[in-house]
Write a protein that binds this ligand. Structure first.
Ligand SMILES: [Zn+2]
Length: 269
């Protein structure tokens, strides 16, 4: 098993990350697997080096040790460009000048598909998603099926600012790094179909296994305040930043224990 922990350096490490880390390292330890560390700084405008440094420092403090060299997505643009070339050759990639406001939907309607807009740095680059079901077995949720053409439409792989997108960068990285197991929060379940489609298009013959774990829920007292219905924990709930907990005198084991409680019985680290 090769899995990965892949934080975006757009903020500090919080309990949601620690819960994911428990799932990732837990599954890897059970199967004598490896955990790679990938900094998902594909969005160059929002990523900050000070967040990366802070995340690395908190991970080390918590005792999560990764295997192999750390990689940064911002340094892998040439690999993404190379991975896309076969799709360009097959005329599956087109330039798109639509702004977010133009699209007005989560599903790209195909506006620029047949406009022959050149793939320059000033336009978005999209990969055609033709109708078709992607089926996979989620290790935590069971059998799944998704049709990317109905979920997202043609997938943006590079934006108008020259950033490779999350969807494409992770698909290429998971392929090139030979990741066998993608372990992440259930909020990314909907991305899986298009990532499987993209993976096949870039030449991956054996797709990774996917494990989508529950998101961090508020602790029972919080949940009672909301009528017992679990709510996703967010940074605005306070006391979720590892930095803050450290400043309050928490030990690494206390933070891990708190994350274990939030994660529920299926996190094993
Ligand atoms: Zn467009």
């Amino acid at each position: 098993m090769i899995t990965r922990f892949a934080p975006a350096p757009t903020g500090h490490l919080h309990l949601g990350h620690v819960v994911n880390a428990l799932h990732v390292w837990g599954a890897a330890h059970e199967r004598y697997g490896q955990v790679l560390l990938r900094i998902e700084d594909h969005d160059r405008q929002r990523s900050r080096p000070e967040y990366e440094a802070s995340i690395l420092e908190d991970l080390a403090w918590l005792g999560f040790r990764h295997d192999g060299p750390m990689v940064r997505q911002r340094e892998r643009g040439a690999l993404y460009r190379k991975a896309l070339q076969p799709l360009i050759d097959r005329e599956l990639v087109f330039g798109c000048t639509c702004s977010r406001a133009d699209i007005q939907s989560d599903i790209y309607p195909g506006t620029c598909r047949d406009k022959d807009i050149p793939l320059t740095d000033e336009v978005g680059w999209r990969v055609r998603m033709d109708p078709g079901m992607e089926r996979f077995f989620d290790e935590m949720l069971g059998p799944q099926e998704q049709d990317p053409s109905r979920q997202s439409g043609d997938v943006l792989v590079r934006d108008r600012h020259g950033n490779w997108t999350y969807q494409f960068a992770v698909t290429v990285d998971d392929h090139l790094q030979r990741v066998t197991d993608v372990i992440r929060g259930v909020d990314l379940l909907d991305s899986t179909g298009r990532q499987l489609r993209l993976a096949r298009l870039i030449g991956r013959t054996t797709p990774p296994r996917f494990w989508h774990h529950p998101l961090v829920m508020k602790s029972p007292p919080f949940a009672e305040a909301t009528g017992g219905k679990p709510q996703k924990l967010s940074k605005s709930d306070g006391d979720t930043g590892v930095r803050d907990l450290r400043a309050q005198g928490w030990t690494p084991e206390q933070v891990r224990q708190r994350a274990r409680e939030l994660a529920g019985p299926r996190a094993r680290a």
